[in-house]
Write a new protein. Sequence first.
Length: 276
Amino acid sequence: MNQYKTLLAMVAIALSIVSCRKDSNETNTPFVPTPDNNLITLGETYLTGAATRAVVYTDKVLETGYNAIYVAMFDSIDGTAISEGHLEITPMMDMGMMEHSAPVENSESEFPDNGYYKSYVVFSMPGTSMEWSLNMHFHNHDNGLSGEGSIGVDVVSSDPARFISTVLAADGDAKVFISMVQPRNPEVGLNSFEITLHKKMSMMDYPAVEDYTVEIEPWMPGMGHGSPNNVNPAHTENGHYVGTVNFTMTGLWHVKIRLYKNGVLLSDDQYFEITL
């Protein structure tokens, strides 16, 4: 009898362990994003009305030109990561007597990628966290609420410059922003070359330019020569133009940019400096 009772007790314990493991495996623990060595924390804020806490990161110091912004969203009460929602970022520069925004690419996805909602901002000038801010509007699909919040950010001048602002007389005196996205780490040989084009329509409206033709010409001013096998950037989407640039040796290069619209030359005097 004692052996029988012992056997029953062992079975009960085994079933209890299996049940606990099953419950643990079936628990849907939300992914909690944590910054790694590639991300810099910019700040955090509560989005009033959405019961949401936003933590904002970037992958490099914010600078004039094209920047990635990563935002992790958490329930402000229980701290769990929010699984579904829609984020819209509006960058704002407060110059005292006036305010203006900047080009921005907000994701249409309602689901975070690896725990982060991702946007891209083209900062058009340097400024302190008292001047530049990231205003966020978030619709929290987990609870159906919407809210807003803001953090101030510091922006430095990219050096060498990765951002060009130019006025194109041949396109109705349009003010156009040219931002270099790639290469980030140029090397001798073929490199992906990517720029974005945006046009200033008002202090708050900076749509992507999708109807230009872009040509590039790498030139080594110290040596007086260019390079072969370059591919002119072609428009892909949202004002992104992607091609290939070939650097045949180390040193200082100028990548000259020529812009056309409907076959008419708009600009041929802009370039980016790249040193290998």
